[in-house]
Design a binder for this molecule. Structure first.
Ligand SMILES: [Fe+2]
Length: 271
């Protein structure tokens, strides 16, 4: 089974570049083309589908993602509004709680569970006790089955202070207790960091995909001492190959935001 894992598209409501600089439509189209070339069985979108959360942005993201050939499952990030995502992408039958957007996908070799640590404040992530209890109940249904959780916010601290300040402020240890009790959860597939990063949480691998939009610097300060929060880098995504229950994540970078640049390059996926 091949899972394509994309995150942080930050699609705008009007199609204009985000921050007047980043053409997230073009970056999304370029990632979609590369993902299709990899022929995954499924695509998970680990949040920040939109930049501003608007209904129009969610619809535009849906229309862009319609270019993917594999089934697509989304979870909300801190820039999204779950009601807008539900309106655009549809509400799954088991996504029943208005306070969060969470559901399971059971028709694939690896079970997928989407979770939601977004709150009304984009600067605050949280996993309410009731949502973690919901997760525990879902995991108890199929305790032996290889499972991946899709969650925008990685639960670990990154060492990037400003990112850690907008991480999960409540409930991450509760989540860890559930993970520690369910070793069939093979990975948390996350976003939020706008850069690839791997770690573990209570023994479970956590993989943050590089962002479609841009990349966050790991360390560094400007001359005035303020942190460097973004550097120019190509959009990217992650591929997870799961043969016979193992977990072999691969990170794929694309080279350049520019569609013209890509068109001029030889196809790295060509057989
Ligand atoms: Fe983001």
């Amino acid at each position: 089974m091949l899972i394509a894992h994309i995150a942080d598209l930050h699609v705008s409501a009007d199609g204009l570049p985000v921050h007047a600089i980043v053409d997230t439509d073009a970056a999304t189209r370029a990632v979609i083309a590369a993902v299709n070339a990899a022929r995954p069985d499924v695509v998970v979108v680990a949040g920040d589908v939109t930049h501003g959360g608007e209904d129009a942005a969610a619809r535009r993201a849906r229309d862009l993602l319609a270019g993917l050939e594999a089934p697509v499952y989304v979870c909300p990030g801190n820039h999204d509004r779950r009601d807008a995502l539900r309106a655009a992408f549809g509400r799954r039958p088991d996504d029943r709680d208005d306070a969060w957007m969470a559901y399971a996908v059971d028709d694939l070799p690896v079970r997928l569970i989407a979770m939601d640590a977004a709150t009304d404040d984009p600067m605050v992530g949280a996993l309410p006790e009731a949502q973690v209890a919901w997760l525990a109940a879902r995991l108890a249904e199929q305790p032996e089955r290889p499972t991946a959780i899709v969650l925008h916010h990685p639960p670990f601290d990154t060492g990037i202070d400003w990112l850690d300040q907008i991480g999960i402020s409540e409930g991450r240890h509760r989540l860890g207790d559930v993970l520690a009790a369910h070793r069939n959860v093979r990975a948390l597939l996350c976003g939020h960091l706008h850069r690839p990063m791997r770690g573990t949480w209570y023994g479970t691998p956590v993989i943050a995909a590089p962002s479609v939009m841009d990349r966050v610097a790991f360390v560094g300060t400007h001359a005035d001492g303020s942190p460097i929060t973004a550097i120019d880098a190509p959009p990217g995504f992650a591929l997870h190959r799961v043969p016979e229950g193992d977990w072999l994540p691969e990170t794929c970078f694309m080279n350049g935001h520019s569609e013209a640049w890509q068109a001029a390059m030889p196809d790295p996926w060509a057989e």
